[in-house]
Design a protein around this ligand. Sequence first.
Ligand SMILES: Nc1ncnc2c1ncn2[C@@H]1O[C@H](COP(=O)(O)OP(=O)(O)O)[C@@H](O)[C@H]1O
Ligand SMILES: Nc1ccn([C@@H]2O[C@H](COP(=O)(O)O)[C@@H](O)[C@H]2O)c(=O)n1
Length: 681
Amino acid sequence: MGSRPADEVLDAAAAGVHYSALRLDELNINGSMTGEEQPTTSGVENGHQEPFVIGVAGGASSGKSTVCKMIIDQLRDQRVVVVTQESFYYGLSDEELVHVHDYNFDHPDAFDTELLLSCMENLKYGKAVDIPNYNFKTYKSVASARKVNPSDVIILEGILVFHDSRVRDLMNMKIFVDTDADVRLTRRIRRDTIEKGRDIKTVLDQYSKFVKPAFEDFILPTKKYADIIIPRGGDNDVAIDLIVQHIRTKLGQHDLCKVHPNLYVIQTTYQIRGMHTIIRDAATTTHDFIFYADRLIRLVVEHGLGHLPFKEKQVITPTGSVYTGVEFSKRLCGISVIRSGESMENALRACCKGIKIGKILIHREGDNGKQLIYHNLPKDIANRHVLLLDPILGTGNSAVQAISLLLKKGVQETNIIFLNLISAPQGVHVVSKRFPRVKIVTSEIEFGLNDDFRVIPGMGEFGDRYFGTDDYQSSTPFFCDDKNRVSLPPFTLLHPTPFHIHTAAAAAAASSVSASSGAMNSVIAKLASLLTDEYTHLKGVKSGIRWLRDELSTMNAVLQRLGDMDDDQIDVQTKEWRNKVRELSYDIEDCIDRFLQKHSGGDANANFVRKMKKLWENHQIGDEIKQLKARVLEEKERHDRYKITDQLIDLVSNMCAWILEYQPCTSKPKTLWALISLGNR
Ligand SMILES: Nc1ncnc2c1ncn2[C@@H]1O[C@H](COP(=O)(O)OP(=O)(O)O)[C@@H](O)[C@H]1O
Ligand SMILES: Nc1ccn([C@@H]2O[C@H](COP(=O)(O)O)[C@@H](O)[C@H]2O)c(=O)n1
């Protein structure tokens, strides 16, 4: 293996610098509440990450500060600061002081909102600010302002923090504390008499003259802006828990998720970072690339499936107990964007048994232009939820083409989930702006695009790295008729290498347009092309290839018919059989590919025969064919037991017999046998 497993990479990292997700040393929550200066370490030094801004509004003495304190208590591993609107009260002039009982402290004009706005903007964009220090006894700001550093979470609390739309717009979450008026009045009397040293008559006069009317005129009308309304304030533990949970989710997310609520970046872990490190490394072998890409793709697919609608379902467990769970929608399909999107199909099949998968081929024109040239979608796609598969979201042009087609075919925008491994912010913006209801699920957000519109840092040409075709770029043209049928030129062993059938997107389109057939289409196309090639003059080869092509075509027709049915229309044994035959088709294709890859370059005939013999001797061909035969026979036995599709099983076993008949045992390999078995597995 060319690279180390993620676990080893992680161990090595742990032996050196240790990274902790917690930053307890930077915590000064109490300081932020009491006005003490806070530590100057900030997220800005490590690259600015926008803080999560929460607004907490509600009537005086409703419990706003208490709710803030409860949120902070639960977010002890985050840097949180609280800014109170009270700090921005205008100081009273001498004349106003004389008539202080006529001053309305509950009116929006009592606050210096411009200063509040500028402080909040600075904090939001990563700058430290000085917050005024208001004194309730002198009714003036005192000289020692409070220094507040940018943090992960900023809470702005006050009776009228939702009043000004500019301040509101800075908030990521708006909470309204909704407490009964009598409770608020009782608390106010206690607080103003005990803490502020005011007499009860003054408190009640102020309440009836200003506090109550202002609540009704200015505070209550802002309740409609709230995302969350908390009845009973600090008594409502459930609400606080949910809020904190939401904040934690948001904090774990990329800033883009705050801008585009349709974007979901899977929660990162050091395992995920380790896997990304391997697949992004240009030196990683194809084998490792596939292994770790598959692991990541599986995570993205699982996360994406979590966005499907579900309904409650109860089942009886083996202990006779009732388990109340959920059941997800079965009206699903996957659509892969050829070619790299096909790398995600296996993960989707592994998660959703028997899922239908269609294909879309988008051709890159120049640097940035894209043209949709082929598609093969389930007929009833309009009624399905669609998981759109493409590992890289770059400019967003391909995604826009693909999604536009799905919408044209009647798919609901809300029913599309676009799954990819990495996304460039540009692509996210483009897709989200055009289709805000399409969910994008990805595992990492990239820095951006370079001048060639390639994703940076990226991972190179995903399809070439995944299918191992980095060195086999093809410029072979393909043709598309007005019915979207792609016709391929026959490929040759001489030049370019035959393996280009795997690299040409059009070939992929023609070769494997339906999940129902596994790799059958591809195998048949390759066999057809082989019929035109040079080694068919070897005795028996041509008739053998033709026979196999025809047999597989018949099998394929049945597989396609099964593919037109939904999973729940097919009985279990037939399904199992179908899946096994599909698997077999992949293995046959694999053998053909390895054969073609090894024999590219135009061997002279004598050379070719010698090489065949050598490979036969060196590469356990016998073992491999025995395994294939055993699998075919196993399928036949299974069929005999369940009486599935007689015709198909006969075909498979005929194929096996044919392969064995031509097993090379002399110096001259006779047949297709060579196609089935070269190379170590
Ligand atoms: N749930 C509660 N139960 C009892 N007292 C409370 C509760 N919530 C707040 N208080 C008290 O009421 C007063 C006002 O609460 P506070 O949170 O400061 O309200 P606000 O910030 O909205 O003015 C405080 O003295 C506080 O201790
Ligand atoms: N000098 C002042 C300033 C304000 N008030 C009252 O405070 C209330 C707002 O504070 P909360 O903590 O309760 O939100 C508001 O009702 C003002 O009337 C005051 O009495 N004196």
